[in-house]
Design a protein around this ligand. Structure first.
Ligand code: PEP
Length: 250
């Protein structure tokens, strides 16, 4: 049985006041962790207050990116051990904004995935196609290539402590959600690909959907066989909206 995970990617949003208020509202909403896991991904500068507020609760937190080097002359970057120092359980790798705005190649993403796991973090590997790629029938090839770079560096066993997020780029922050059928089709493709290498690991790995998830579309998405939760951007910035997604899973 795979438990639903609802994860909020705050991107470069927030302030001390906003972080404190949002986390407090999530805590005040009570614990439904028997049926749904919750996680937040604040900007790195707010990880310390996140740790302080969420420590001892059922809500997990993580970093939005990491540098694969353990330490050194990498101005502005953050290592896996620094994220662990602030209690992170997860880290996002390969988010489409990192791939497109900051030029992270499939190899760079695989290195980050490997470094995160080696340090004891659970990577959330984001994959997904652009609109142009979807329209030219390339979706499965693109997702397959993105998975293959991690599979060839880290092997199938690495997916026993990782999460995948299928995020069609055309649905991120656009208000256009993939239909449950469109999403399920790609999720099944991803799962089948992993099952072909190891049926237990492929059957257990959580595959989240990301791309304009909100309180109105979450239940239909989460009801599909291979959709194990959501990676949520915009709707994770307001407690009410984020909790509506959690409650759609509970
Ligand atoms: C995301 O940032 O991963 C995302 C899915 O954003 P949004 O929910 O705003 O589309």
């Amino acid at each position: 049985m795979r438990k639903i995970l609802v994860a909020g990617n705050w991107k470069m949003h927030g302030s001390k006041a906003m972080v404190d208020g949002l986390l407090q509202a999530l805590l005040d909403a009570g614990d439904k962790s028997e049926v749904v896991d919750l996680a937040v991904f604040p900007p790195a500068v707010y990880l310390q207050r996140t740790q302080k507020q969420l420590r001892g609760s059922a809500i997990a937190w993580g970093g939005q990116t990491l540098n694969p080097a353990p330490q050194g002359a990498h101005t502005g970057e953050i290592s896996a051990s620094m994220l662990l120092d602030f209690g992170c359980r997860y880290v996002l790798v390969g988010h489409s904004e990192r791939r497109t705005l900051y030029g992270e190649s499939d190899d760079a993403v695989a290195q980050r995935f490997e470094a995160a796991q080696r340090a004891g973090l659970e990577p959330v590997l984001c994959v997904g196609e652009t609109l142009e790629q979807r329209e030219s029938g390339e979706t499965e090839n693109v997702v397959s290539r993105q998975l293959d770079s991690v599979l060839s560096l880290c092997g199938i066993d690495s997916f026993s402590s990782a999460t995948i997020a299928y995020e069609p780029v055309w649905a991120i922050g656009t208000g256009k959600t993939a239909t449950p059928d469109q999403a399920q089709q790609v999720h099944a493709f991803i799962r089948d690909k992993l099952v072909a290498q190891d049926d237990i690991i492929g059957g257990q790995v959580r595959i989240l959907y990301g791309g304009s998830v909100n309180g109105s579309n979450a239940a239909d998405l989460f009801a599909r066989k291979d959709i194990d939760g959501g990676l949520v951007g915009g709707a994770s910035l307001k407690a009410e909206d984020f909790l509506a997604i959690r409650d759609a899973a509970a």
